[in-house]
Design a protein. Structure first.
Lengths: 162, 816
């Protein structure tokens, strides 16, 4: 069984750094990030593209990295949670999630922040409805979402001022 | 803050945990990679109930990279079955972590495959051939009790436990009743508050020293090691359990010890290499743990002519799935809240638990009490409606009154404090009760179905484990305790360790707040260790994070350890500074945190104190040789062993309460229930950190709303689980979670040192509240909300007259 898989050479840029590696065709992008690149801030919560714990930005769009094969990311530019901070300083979205207490166990938080990044890149004054829609694919089991809504509003304000 | 009266406890401090989690630097167990690590995949039963005819692992073992396989018969030959908490007949059940001769639920692990990579383990698992012979499945607890098809032959029955809880004079109360309401059947559904992070275990049985080391996310490690040591027949001190950041548990991760056992045994077989098992979501949904399902039969309620409930009798049948595991503790834990928030004194509850061919249950958030509280709230609403009393008025007539606290319940529990009428008033004000009543009346005229419901609930915290003796008089458990350690390390850093196992509750922060007040320093100067580790030697047999208790048991332990450290620091400082202990004050100075003498103006900082004790001890006088500045303290709850015959005694230390009100509309065409407005009012006594408390209330509210309307563990008639992915199970999302209005009162607990009450489980208030609101919307159609789970499909059937007809289910006898 395993012998039939030929490894495939791919190259991708993650958080500004270029990586060249060979992967099994069945390897998922989230496995590549976590296992091959040791970027463990991206998490896995389900196997069915529901929970969004694995959300990363790929070529400017938020994607669920459990539903992208690593080979599909060949040539892509990817941002993970580890790529949000700049020179040790928190990104305004990270700051807003912290200030609004938009996290408890923190397992869903990286994915939610990256969905927020995508939202705010397109819409700097999101309504409550816009926010809910933007993170509809991100499940949180701890916060009841209330403080996440507040965090995203705050992030929008902070990003606008920045 | 020196010289100020302000305390750190009570402030909405940002959490110490935040920074690492925001940066993606949280350390979850799946992030850990060890040298020579192997990966384990389970082969699971597709059948709910079947005999294992044969197992063939030869093809799997031939795959390059597969190291070994493990099956139940191998485990049974080298271990003892897991401890059963039940007496006979439940106590005769033999539970092993892999099925031995038959399978008893869909998803039960049968074979473990160990390989060099997760993908090869998957390949290996696919190559395992197992032949089964199907047996009759039993998916309903009442049916199970007929014993037509028996799960555990060694027990001889599907009944795990039965007991009658009777208090007061029930017969007299019914003779004196002005009216009697009878309810045929109600049902509390099976769901899981399922955490986002699945179970993960790394286990290593090191042949060099015969020690077992776990890196895992089990949320009650002290309980797990007791089960594992007895099962694996090893000295308990040889089992080390470490946890790190945990991605939620909600009680579900308490019962991961069977998988922990398999990882250790597989490691042993693989020559001591560490074994990692990462549960998939589907595995989690079908085989980790679900909440207890419960059916309420033949309920009779006696009421006086004012609508005050005087007695309740009922039969409750609890479904614990295929193996009892933590059960039958749920058969008594509900009785911590025996009368709920109500004053009735006479009751008889006949309680039975049965095994069925479904996933074993575990102590899911609100464990065992929420089922009972839901039952009582349904009783109250139905009686109110049948007697023509408004739901709010009915509650005011029946609530335990504020002046009655501390209140002793009919079964001997002592409710510490509370003010339910005040919470009701606040919730009504926040939601604009009168306004909604008017809108509801107008809407009804236009044929719209809008209901307004109240749910009052309790979150009992800090258990008396003596209640285990009510289910099994031979059980060796009573009381409750927690351990903590507070020290000045060699360079004077304040370091705190506590035997809890947090999953987002912010224990590092609240523990630091408590110690900061004791030492009068900033919490930023205090390090609280992350996660749990048996080798920190702070745990007791009850250590873990479960059952709404950290604010009481955990912080009492931390407070005690900090006081002990402070006392030692005083003795030492008095010696060094040549003054009396009474002359000392604690605070921060130019040299950091310090102790200073008010009499002579001299001071010594923490580095100086730690230096003397740790590396400069020749300067110590002999009478100070017992000073270590490394203080372990065990806090014990002041419980007695309950009277097991009368089932009487105090079972819990604190009773936090929540009162919710929901306005729900059922769409006339689609039958989709929509929440139009929602309020949650909380009382957990003195609050340590308001933002953490508020966050817990929101989280529990989402779990409850999800459970009431979306989340249901559905089985078909042959025991196939139909909701084994998130896409089927539908965990509540940002789109269907309403905005919640939040209110708070504080009735300090006289039972805890700080006045705080444990909280966090939330008592499943939304389930009671949404059932109440749906019921209110449907009363005039004579539809009776019979189940805790209601979705468009079930409401459609009820509206078509197929189910839930009040005339079949509710009877009222009026005498006065």
């Amino acid at each position: 069984m395993p012998d039939i898989f030929e490894k495939v050479a791919i190259q991708l840029k993650v958080n500004g750094k270029t990586h060249s590696l060979t992967v099994e065709p069945r390897m998922l992008l989230v496995e590549l990030l976590r296992e091959a690149l040791d970027l463990t801030g991206t998490h896995v919560g389900c196997d069915t593209t529901y929970c969004g714990a694995c959300t990363v930005i790929m070529n400017g769009a938020a994607v669920k990295s459990c539903t992208v094969f690593a080979v599909q990311a060949d040539g892509a530019e990817i941002t993970t949670v580890e790529g949000l901070e700049k020179d040790g300083k928190l990104h305004p979205i990270q700051q807003a999630f912290g200030d609004s207490f938009g996290l408890q166990c923190g397992y869903c938080t990286p994915g939610l922040m990256l969905s927020t990044l995508q939202l705010l890149s397109k819409n700097q004054q999101p309504s409550d409805k816009d926010i809910r829609k933007a993170i509809a694919g991100n499940t949180c089991r701890c916060t009841g979402y209330q403080n996440i809504f507040k965090a995203i509003q705050l992030a929008a304000q902070n990003t606008k001022g920045a | 803050m020196s010289g100020s009266d302000k305390t750190w406890v009570g402030q909405s401090l940002s959490r110490k945990e935040e920074d690492r989690l925001l940066r993606g630097r949280g350390k979850f167990v799946d992030d850990i990679k060890l040298r020579e690590m192997l990966y384990l995949r389970f082969v699971r039963s597709p059948y709910a109930h079947a005999k294992i005819v044969s197992i063939d692992t030869s093809a799997a073992e031939k795959i390059p990279g597969v190291i070994c396989t493990l099956r139940g018969s191998e485990i049974a030959s080298q271990t003892q079955p897991f401890i059963e908490i039940a007496p006979d007949p439940g106590g005769r059940i033999r539970d092993y972590p892999l099925a031995v001769s038959k399978v008893r639920y869909q998803g039960e692990p049968v074979v473990a495959v160990v390989a060099e990579s997760p993908a090869i383990a998957d390949d290996g698992a696919e190559a395992v051939l197992i032949e089964y012979e199907a047996l009759d499945p039993v998916v309903d607890a009442e049916q199970a009790l007929t014993d037509a098809s028996i799960l555990h032959e060694e027990a001889g029955t599907n009944k795990v436990w039965n007991g009658v809880f009777e208090y007061g004079d029930v017969e007299q109360a019914f003779r004196d009743a002005a009216s009697i309401v009878e309810i045929d059947r109600m049902h509390f559904h099976r769901f899981s508050s399922t955490p986002l992070e699945n179970n993960v275990v790394i286990g290593q049985w090191d042949p060099k020293d015969d020690h077992i080391h776990y890196w895992c996310n089990n949320s009650f490690p002290s309980f797990a090691i007791q089960f594992l040591a007895a099962h694996l027949q090893v000295h308990i001190d040889r089992i080390r359990v470490q946890t790190f950041d945990i991605g939620g548990s909600f009680g579900i991760k308490i019962t991961s010890y069977p998988q922990m056992a398999v990882c250790a045994l597989a490691s042993k077989k693989a020559g001591g290499r560490p074994i990692k098992w990462v549960e998939t979501r589907s595995e989690h949904m079908i085989s980790s743990a679900h909440g207890n399902e419960r059916t309420f039969r033949d309920t009779r309620v006696a009421l006086d002519n004012q609508g005050v409930i005087t007695a309740i009798t009922s039969r409750h049948i609890d479904d614990c799935g295929a193996y009892p595991r933590y059960e039958p503790l749920g058969c008594v834990i509900w009785s911590q809240v025996f009368p709920g928030v109500y004053r009735f004194k006479n009751a008889r509850i006949d309680f039975t638990q049965a095994v069925t061919n479904k996933c074993p249950v575990g102590p899911n958030r609100g464990y065992s009490r929420m089922q009972h509280l839901w039952f009582l709230e349904r009783v109250v609403d139905i009686c109110a409606h049948e007697l023509g009393i408004p739901a709010d008025e009915m509650r005011l007539r029946n609530y335990i009154r504020p002046e009655e606290f501390p209140y002793t319940t009919p079964n001997g529990c002592i409710y510490d404090s509370g003010n339910y009428p005040k919470m009701l008033e606040m919730a009504k004000q926040l939601i604009d009760w009168d306004g909604w009543k008017k809108k509801q009346a107008d809407a009804r005229k236009r044929g719209r179905m809008i209901g307004i419901g109240i749910g009052t609930t309790l979150d009992s915290g800090t258990n008396n484990f003596g209640q285990s003796q009510i289910v099994n008089p031979g059980a060796p458990f009573s009381g409750n305790s927690q351990g903590a350690n507070c020290k000045l390390d060699i360079y004077g850093e304040v370091v705190v360790a506590v035997g809890s196992c947090p999953q987002g509750q912010g224990h590092e922060t609240t523990a630091a707040q408590v110690v900061a007040d004791v030492l009068n320093i900033n919490p930023d100067l205090i390090t609280v260790r992350t996660g749990f580790d048996t080798e920190r030697n702070v745990h007791t047999g009850f250590s873990g994070t479960y059952a709404s208790q950290f604010a009481v048991s955990g912080l009492s332990a931390v407070h005690g350890a900090a006081q002990k450290l402070k006392a030692e620091m005083k003795r030492l400082a008095a010696f060094v500074l040549a003054c009396k202990e009474e002359d000392l004050e604690f605070g921060s100075g130019a040299q950091g945190p310090e102790v200073r003498s008010k009499s002579n103006g001299r001071s010594i900082n923490y580095w100086g104190l730690a230096n003397i004790v740790n590396v400069n001890s020749a300067v110590l006088s002999p009478e100070l040789h017992d000073v270590t500045l490394n203080c372990r303290y065990v806090w014990r709850a002041p419980f007695k062993v309950p009277d097991t015959k009368k089932k009487y005694g105090n079972l819990t230390m604190t009773y936090a309460s929540q009162l919710h009100i929901a306005v729900v509309e059922i769409d006339g065409e689609t039958c989709i229930p929509k929440i139009l407005d929602y309020v949650a009012v909380d009382d957990c006594g003195t609050v340590i950190n308001p933002r953490i408390v508020e966050g817990q209330v929101y989280g529990a509210t989402a779990h409850g709303i999800g459970a009431a309307l979306l989340e249901n563990c559905v089985y078909d008639e042959v025991g196939n689980m139909l909701t084994s992915t998130f896409s089927d199970y539908l965990p509540i999302t940002p789109v269907n979670m309403p905005s919640v209005k939040y209110g708070h009162i504080a009735t300090p607990s006289p039972h805890s040192y700080s006045g705080a009450k444990g909280m966090g489980e939330g008592g499943a208030a939304p389930i009671h509240t949404i059932s109440a609101a749906l019921q209110d919307a449907l009363f005039d159609k004579r539809i009776f909300i019979q189940d805790s789970f209601n979705n468009p499909d079930s409401l459609f059937r009820a509206l078509r007259g197929e189910t839930c007809r009040a005339k079949d289910l509710v009877k009222v006898e009026r005498r006065a």
